[in-house]
Design a protein around this ligand. Structure first.
Ligand SMILES: [Zn+2]
Length: 235
């Protein structure tokens, strides 16, 4: 595949991933964005800024370089592009990133609460709590805000593996999720929303709810992600 075909394919995948977010009910109006990276070509494909999903097409996906300069496309890239770039640069294993303001994840983000692991649906995907960042400082808000949002995520993930923790809440804002591909990033946004919904109702039904037994958490995470994983079919 030549360079032109590779980038065309990347734009198509990013378009489809963005549409998935909307089809899964995680998006209102123009909120949210998905990107993907081609590390060999040092190019990121991302949703254009402020374009409704009904008007989106593979051709409207914007290509930017690592300095956030548009290299292909007539539209401005998502205003959150610098957050995406910051995460791609911090974590070489990332292939795709998704950002939404989905309802339940935003509720936890607005409450500035990390999500405790209450059950096996959560444990199937994350080995522990889903972190929430600290507040941005006044300097960060006044400065390069979107880049600083990325820095705040990196700061919170310190000591954690972005391969194991593929989702985070940005305080007072909403979730960012990622994965080796844009499709996995979107999948994680869908899963996160479900985890946030069930965790909220769990806390409401029993405010004294405690986290899942450590043994059960490990069992569920390891059977899907451990070295002896046995969930699903061998690939
Ligand atoms: Zn946002």
């Amino acid at each position: 595949m030549n360079q032109h075909q590779k980038l065309k394919e990347l734009k198509l995948r990013v378009y489809q991933a963005n549409m998935q977010l909307e089809q899964r009910g995680l998006i209102l109006y123009t909120f949210g964005n998905v990107s993907a990276i081609d590390r060999e070509l040092q190019v990121i494909a991302i949703k254009p800024s402020g374009v409704p999903y009904s008007n989106l097409s593979a051709d409207s996906i914007v290509l930017v370089d690592f300095q956030n300069r548009v290299i292909e496309g007539n539209l401005r890239p998502s205003s959150d592009t610098k957050t995406h770039l910051c995460l791609y640069q911090a974590y070489p294993e990332l292939g795709g990133i998704a950002h939404t303001h989905s309802t339940y994840a935003s509720i936890w983000a607005q409450a500035k609460r990390s999500i405790p692991c209450f059950g096996t649906t959560h444990a199937d995907h994350i080995d522990g709590e889903i972190p929430c960042t600290e507040d941005l400082s006044s300097k960060q808000i006044q400065g390069d805000y979107e880049l600083e949002t990325g820095h705040q995520i990196v700061k919170r993930l310190k000591g954690l593996s972005p391969k194991k923790v593929e989702m985070i809440l940005v305080a007072s804002h909403g979730p960012f999720t990622w994965g080796p591909t844009p499709e996995k990033a979107v999948f994680n946004s869908v899963i996160l929303e479900e985890i946030c919904k069930t965790a909220l109702y769990t806390s409401l039904l029993n405010p004294k709810s405690v986290t899942i037994q450590e043994e059960l958490l490990k069992k569920h995470f390891e059977r899907k992600h451990g070295s002896n994983a046995y969930y699903g079919q061998p690939s």
